[in-house]
Design a protein around this ligand. Structure first.
Ligand SMILES: Cc1cc2nc3c(=O)[nH]c(=O)nc-3n(C[C@H](O)[C@H](O)[C@H](O)COP(=O)(O)OP(=O)(O)OC[C@H]3O[C@@H](n4cnc5c(N)ncnc54)[C@H](O)[C@@H]3O)c2cc1C
Length: 344
């Protein structure tokens, strides 16, 4: 109670100093109010130490508020549960079947992580592996299998994160994930791995081209952009899948496009169409991109690509490990330069 009273004004002051609109304003430029607040906090802490002797609790609270401010400034979630250089276990809480080969998995941060966020930012990825022991998934050389995933839950969600995972029956990790038991089994997580850092109104149009489960960073990016007050950036998503029943998050995309008709257009493409299919059919090529996405003269456009490596190669050239790699393929053919293309 006394601690709450001691840190209350400090929290209010810090919150005030970190509040920012999402538009073009930068995070609180002056830290003066923060330092004043810290001084008050430390003074109160000193008083509390002498009168109650419970120094650790006050110190902990002050530290956590400072970390919260830092996290907000850096946008990296210093208060997040994810650790860049160490594996953290999260328990599988819930599994929701999505379609014939994909499921949505919710992982809980546990009791002590209930009020914490993951620590990722839009649209960062994280790494996943299985716990050590008899069932640990290893590759042919006996090394643990590690795979990247992009959560579909918003980065500011507290207490849990959600992955949409497509299962490959002959894959290494996904058959294990698919067999996990909610409430019992855990996966180990590490990260975040920063990717493109989105700032509103820095380009006029975003062209997002995704294939299959490569849709997850696009969901992070576009759903986030649509929520930012004052963001006028328009997006076109060209989303390719094998058949109509493979289209991931279709109901969410359709709803988002309906809610933001002036800012978002979604174009579906399938390799194999079915009766009644009204979208495009075939691979995504330069002529198809030109047909689906109109670039006006003088407009600043940023293209994003995420999908199976052969698709990324044909659209924008291969990635060079974690680096972007040379721009080639359809987007180069269409006149894009390397500053205008981001490969997730
Ligand atoms: C940044 C990033 C974010 C991602 N986010 C997601 C996400 O949110 N959701 C998601 O579902 N996936 C995501 N992925 C893909 C994910 O990391 C895994 O690659 C995927 O889940 C497959 O893992 P796996 O171990 O089960 O299969 P793998 O063992 O990697 O195999 C996958 C497929 O490739 C084939 N294959 C494997 N090795 C070879 C080979 N040598 N030659 C030919 N074919 C081969 C397999 O037969 C199988 O069909 C992401 C990838 C990246 C890079």
């Amino acid at each position: 109670m006394i601690i709450a009273r001691a840190v209350g004004p400090l929290r209010a002051q810090i919150t005030h100093s970190t509040r920012r609109s999402y538009a073009t304003s930068s995070p609180g430029r002056s830290n003066t109010p923060l330092y004043a607040a810290l001084a008050v906090g430390l003074g109160l802490a000193g008083w509390y130490i002498t009168s109650n002797g419970d120094v650790e609790k006050v110190e902990e609270k002050v530290k956590s508020l400072v970390a919260e401010k830092k996290a907000s400034d850096e946008g990296l979630g210093a208060l997040g549960v994810l650790i860049k250089d160490a594996w953290t276990p999260f328990t599988l809480e819930k599994v929701e079947p999505y379609n014939h080969n994909s499921k949505i998995y919710t992982f809980s941060f546990g009791e002590e992580g209930k009020q914490k966020i993951s620590g990722g930012q839009v649209a960062s990825a994280l790494l996943v592996k299985t716990p050590e022991g008899d069932e640990e998934v290893k590759d042919d050389k006996g090394k643990p299998v590690i795979r990247p995933y992009t959560p579909i839950s918003p980065p500011d969600l507290k207490g849990s994160l959600t992955l949409l995972v497509k299962e490959y029956k002959d894959g290494k990790l996904t058959p294990y994930i698919s067999s996990m038991v909610p409430g019992k089994d855990k996966l180990l997580f590490k990260g975040p791995i920063p990717k493109y850092k989105y700032e509103p109104n820095t380009f006029d149009q975003g062209l997002c081209i995704a294939g299959g489960s490569g849709i997850t960073p696009m969901w992070q990016l576009i759903s986030h952009a649509m929520e930012i007050p004052g963001d006028r950036t328009k997006f076109t998503l060209i989303f390719s899948n094998v058949t109509p029943k493979d289209i991931l998050l279709k109901e969410k995309w359709d709803q988002l496009a309906k809610d933001h008709p002036d800012r978002l257009q979604v174009k579906y493409v399938v390799d194999k169409s079915e009766k009644g299919w009204s979208g495009e059919t075939g691979f995504v090529t330069a002529p198809l991109i030109s047909k689906l996405f109109k670039r006006q003269d003088g407009e600043k456009v940023m293209a994003f690509v995420c999908g199976p490596p052969p698709q990324v190669n044909s659209l924008a050239g291969p990635k060079d490990g974690p680096r972007q790699g040379e721009l080639k393929g359809a987007l180069k053919e269409l006149g894009y330069n390397s500053d205008e293309v981001y490969k997730f």
